[in-house]
Design a protein around this ligand. Structure first.
Ligand SMILES: O=C(O)C1=C[C@@H](OP(=O)(O)O)[C@@H](O)[C@H](O)C1
Ligand SMILES: C=C(OP(=O)(O)O)C(=O)O
Length: 440
């Protein structure tokens, strides 16, 4: 009998910076922007081009999902970024797909954004993903589709796996959802709502919606594509019916993923520059400027380059709604000389893993003092030691371990390859960053 069990790769010895880093870093394109533009292009009124898009597991899954729904997506040579451009020919709502399947992997943007598109094509589309994807909240998407008159077969679970029976059109109108579990529930419906016959008046009822910046990003990309959106009343979004204009867009680099590199300046007392930092952006990662300054860095924005200098002791921080930035912030908090409180992030329990539990377990496993609260984390200063930092198939856990490893001897990170979810180049870029400390 052959043993077919997968052998887990050896943990990745996190590079330790024995001196301050001094690096200039460019990171691949934004996951959130790439996957939004892919969705918009799939329902647009003509072919669209994405320049310098992300090529990572989440974007590949999105491309695969849209192809499964009938969009034609070509790779064409690009003039920048980390790979080819993408040319997207929209899907044809009149075509009959028959049966199709979509692999969501662990991508929230795929599992939330694509089912409403499946309602706009004719066919039965099955959705599933990685084992943990079946634990991520999907109830608001399933309920919303049903309230819109779309058939969903889910065995009553309101989670993956499920099948959406699309008829090629959705009438739309007024829809009430509880989006307290994820902002992606709102974005998912807004992104395709212009293609509903009556458009959509979406209303949120329930505990606060997290990650509001991501909804602002959705509204901004819709408006760029000529879609009329009224978000003037809190908790209400009104999308007028109409075409989504085809577009040609250059995608900004992923400012959330720039975070671990900028954090390296604080962790090592060094300097990190990120060129081509957008002057105006809807990305939540723009908040690094204020967050890192509050944690003791000097932050300068000049000529399109963001420069972060560490050197002073890292200060603890009280931070609300850190959203997807939280794991990176928590890693710095574990290296800080004062207490930190991260609040308003209860929904991180439904991310790639239960991030609150994971961060507490892994920081404490290295000797730290982190505690879970009802809606976040408290991290108190305590000297850390080496050990294994587990990543739970979560790219941001893996990068959090790498940040700590710069400053603490003997840290290794489990499954560093999980960073391929949004940044396959991470290990290589990180090694180059850490090597700048060796040269000093
Ligand atoms: O719409 C998006 O692109 C995202 C929205 C946020 O989701 P939540 O609202 O579930 O936090 C964010 O954390 C995620 O990384 C990306
Ligand atoms: C929460 C995240 O991802 P997803 O898009 O899968 O929700 C994240 O990238 O931090």
């Amino acid at each position: 009998m052959t043993n077919t069990a997968a052998v887990a790769p050896a943990p990745w010895p996190a590079p330790r910076a024995g001196a301050p880093v001094d690096a200039t870093v460019r990171v691949p394109a934004s996951k959130s922007l790439t996957n939004r533009y892919l969705v918009l292009a799939a329902v647009a009124d003509g072919p669209s081009r994405l320049r310098a898009p992300l090529h990572s597991r989440d974007s590949v899954l999105m491309v695969g999902a849209l192809r499964a729904l009938g969009a034609r997506i070509e790779e064409v040579p690009g003039d920048g970024g980390f790979g080819p451009d993408l040319l997207v020919h929209p899907l044809d709502p009149a075509a009959d797909l028959g049966e199709a399947t979509v692999d969501c992997g662990l991508a929230g943007t795929v599992m939330r954004f694509v089912p409403p598109i499946a309602a706009l094509v004719r066919g039965r589309v099955g959705f599933d993903g990685d084992p943990h994807a079946r634990n991520r909240p999907m109830d608001a998407v399933v309920d919303a589709l049903r309230d819109l008159g779309v058939a969903v077969e889910d065995g009553g679970a309101r989670r993956l796996p499920f099948t959406v029976g699309g008829t090629g059109s959705v009438s739309g109108g007024h829809l009430v959802i509880d989006a307290s579990g994820s902002s992606q529930f709102v974005s998912a419906l807004l992104l395709v709502a212009a293609r509903f016959e009556k458009g959509l008046h979406l209303e949120h009822v329930g505990k606060p919606v997290p990650s509001l910046d991501h909804i602002r990003m959705t509204v901004a990309v819709l408006r760029e594509a000529g879609v009329e959106v009224d978000d003037s009343v809190p908790h209400h979004w009104v999308v007028s019916p109409g075409p989504v204009r085809a577009f040609d867009v250059r995608i900004e680099q992923d400012l959330s993923n720039a975070g671990p590199f900028l954090a390296a300046a604080l962790a090592t007392g060094g300097t990190v520059r990120v060129p081509d930092w957008p002057e105006h952006t809807t990305q939540v990662g723009d908040a690094w400027r204020s967050i890192l300054a509050r944690m003791g860095a000097s932050v300068e924005y000049d000529g399109g380059t963001l420069t972060v200098r560490g050197g002073a002791p890292i200060r603890g921080i009280d931070l609300a709604d850190a959203s997807e930035l939280a794991p990176t912030v928590a890693a710095l908090c574990a290296l800080a000389d004062g207490e930190s409180r991260l609040t308003g992030i209860a929904h991180l329990r439904g991310h790639e893993t239960d991030r609150l539990a994971a961060l507490v377990a892994e920081i404490n496993n290295l000797g730290g003092d982190a505690e879970e609260t009802a809606d976040g984390l408290i991290v108190r200063p305590r000297p850390l030691h080496g050990g294994l930092f587990r990543s739970y198939a979560d790219h941001r856990m893996a990068t959090a371990g790498a940040i700590i490893g710069l400053a603490v001897d003997g840290v290794s990170v489990e499954d560093i390859a999980t960073t391929s979810k949004t940044m396959p180049e991470f290990p290589e870029l990180w090694r180059a960053l850490a090597a700048t400390a060796d040269r000093r």
